[in-house]
Design a protein around this ligand. Structure first.
Ligand SMILES: [Zn+2]
Length: 274
């Protein structure tokens, strides 16, 4: 039951320095009230295992290409590159607030070490990088206070998505008014885990987050994230879950596990409205 739609065309700013004029294939959720995008592989200049819209520097791609890809993604979000704020992800449960854009025609370096970033500054985009881990975009009902969260198994175990809900609640945003979209990540179909990790998740989240219909257990991370959001007060009908597995779909998605570490990174980002 997904409400994600594949957009054929996003709106582009009419500006002479925007060189990207092709239709954007990025994924969006029609539930989220703020401008946002979950990137897919299409639409970039990287080659080989990074083809084509690799948005991460950490796995060995050519820097200039990643920078061009980042500029394109910012353009798809209709924000200047300096307004696309990311963090240096460390599989923890901390969130940082992004408060100001940076100058220059490149996407700025990460704000700091964290696995979530939020903002209430209009026009600022906050994003997280993933290639199998779960990206979550969250917004208040008005689209003014937004967050992006990176949740791998460690972050999910630490319930970082609940930390994001709490962080926004401190700003006066009622959890029941939030809208969340869980983006492309590795599905239970492909996420084989150790018995130890499976037990740990069953204990913490219930039997439904582990599939045991094959010889080795398989973890359902997006389900654990969804349960976490609901326990934190987000209404189930305000949580969208993309029915896609990064490891199953090499044409659309990078996958750290499938590609044995030599893979690109997706960026999922959301823009705070006025
Ligand atoms: Zn799969």
């Amino acid at each position: 039951m997904t409400q994600f739609v594949k957009l054929q065309v996003l709106e582009f700013p009419v500006s002479s320095d925007v060189q990207w004029a092709v239709a954007s294939p990025h994924l969006t959720s029609c539930l989220l009230p703020a401008r946002h995008a979950f990137s897919v592989r299409e639409g970039g200049v990287s080659e080989g295992p990074f083809a084509s819209l690799n948005l991460g520097f950490a796995t060995g791609d050519v820097r200039a290409r990643v920078n061009e890809n980042l500029r394109r993604f910012a353009s798809a979000l209709n924000v200047p590159p300096g307004s696309l704020i990311t963090v240096s992800q460390v599989h923890g449960d901390r969130l940082l607030e992004a408060t100001a854009p940076q100058d220059g025609d490149e996407v700025p370096p990460p704000l700091g070490e964290a696995d979530g970033v939020w903002t209430r500054t209009a026009g600022l985009a906050v994003g997280v990088k993933t290639a199998d881990c779960v990206p979550i975009l969250i917004s208040d009902a008005a689209g003014r206070c937004v967050a992006a969260v990176h949740s791998g198994w460690r972050g999910t175990d630490l319930r970082i998505s609940a930390r994001a809900v709490e962080t926004l609640a401190v700003q006066g945003v009622e959890p029941a008014s939030l809208v969340a979209a869980i983006g492309p990540c590795i599905g239970a179909c492909c996420y084989e885990v150790s018995e130890e990790l499976a037990f740990r998740f069953e204990r913490a989240f219930g039997a439904e987050v582990v599939r045991r219909d094959r010889p080795k257990p398989h973890l359902d991370l997006p389900r654990a994230v969804r349960l976490t959001l609901v326990a934190a007060g987000v209404r189930p009908d305000r949580i969208d879950v993309l029915d896609a597995c990064t490891a199953c779909d090499p044409a659309r998605f990078f996958s750290h596990r499938r590609d044995r570490g030599i893979s690109g990174r997706h960026l999922s980002a959301i823009v705070a409205g006025k």
